[in-house]
Ligand binder design. Sequence first.
Ligand code: BES
Ligand code: MN
Ligand code: ZN
Length: 504
Amino acid sequence: MDQNISYHAIQTLPESTQSACIAIGIYKSRKLTAAAEQIDKACKGYLRALLKEGDFNADIGETQLLYGLPNVQAKRILLVGCGQAGKISLADYRHIHAAFARKAVHLKTSEAISFLTEIEVSDLEKTARLQHAVLAAEDAIYRFEQYKTDPVGKFKLKKISFAQADGKQLAQHSVAVSQAAAIAKGTALAKTLGNLPANVCTPSYLAKQARALQRDFKSVKTNVLDETAMKKLGMNALLSVGRGSREPARLIVMEYMHGKKTDKPVVLVGKGITFDTGGISIKPSLGMDEMKFDMCGAASVLGVIKACAQMQLKANVIGVIAGAENMPGGNATKPGDIVKSYSGKTIEILNTDAEGRLVLCDALTYIERFKPGAVIDIATLTGACIVALGRLPSGLLGNNQKLIDQLIKAGEQSGDRVWQLPLWPEYRKQLKSNFADLANIGGPEAGTITAASFLSHFTEAYPWAHLDIAGTAWRTGKQKGATGRPVQLLMQYILMQHAQSVKA
Ligand code: BES
Ligand code: MN
Ligand code: ZN
């Protein structure tokens, strides 16, 4: 699991650097990047001559290894295709770095140097390009093989350096690289927690991970509420979800208060359903294994707190996880049961499979005590979100357009995109109950919106945004596995708030 590569920003020349492998970019139509040009000059046109053979198309992410180029110090030159010069999107750019990293870990070398951050992407500064390079590389080489007897992802690579020919702003670039490495570690943590099976990753296991963060970073303060503590407070909506399970529910609080005393904290609330069978409103069995990913919101909260602590960010961020396992059983909540939430509002649970909103609503009331400047909840909340938006953006709704606009911007900058859906008050009608203040489902229409609408009853005390990550938290099919989203979106948002994302 822990394939630890260190990342560096260095100043060096492509032709005169001793290295096991140097990666340089080639555009289509045999157009050379500056580093490739330098190499070609050193070997007196040998590179251009090779390209003329026409075997290398320079398609995005295409790679070709060259050995023993004359007058070049490095043992290997890795050509990486960059597509059409001047037409490279952020996704293309990340693809290029992913291809480089994948190739580099396949070589039996311990270090590699990349000149690929010189590739221009529309309005991305050099520092942002460095950060995307680190994040794309780490994403590409991530493996979850702790349960494989013969892991295939073992590699020797220990160090990747991003090189520039001049020394300009090297110090800032180093900061950018180490920040990105911290975000990458947070993302990897989120992926691993998501990928862990539900017989390992229980609510108590999430609590253990939160305590581990407190142990590893003095700046993190962890507090875990068990069922007795929650009962005392009256968190009956949260508790109702865990009733059918042998695994006790947990409310997990991680405080990272490393910013100005006067700065109100950003509070992140993650849905931590470590397995969602649907409860008595049980789900069909096909694909139910994927409901181990129903704690990916919680995983992203742990990932963000880890990233903040790792980079010692001057910010106040509080992460809260509403953890429970949703199971049928003799003690389980039944359709029609009524519970009184922590807020005092009563809820008729018409469908026990709409459990995410039940654990979240009590957590969202609990966090009022932190007097948040902004609250973002992150939840694999509705299958309807996948129907509406597919798997590219996370769904975004909320009660504060300024916060939403900031998140949209952070999404564009990080490539971890979001799409806003309306949260008009008229939708609240769908949640009427004959017997309680609210029903927990809103009928077959606009499922993502009515879920958020339910939450909006509990978030009136602060600016709030809701991220429905049902379509983005994991991949299904052959590539099944957690994506670590939306850790990078949230980190971009937090960095933007504190204007600490280093500028070029
Ligand atoms: N965890 C699911 C949502 C989900 C389903 C995410 C499939 C990703 C893939 C959630 O708890 C759920 O079951 N939601 C119900 C809500 C319905 C009962 C109103 C759903 O989406 O069907
Ligand atoms: Mn459910
Ligand atoms: Zn669920």
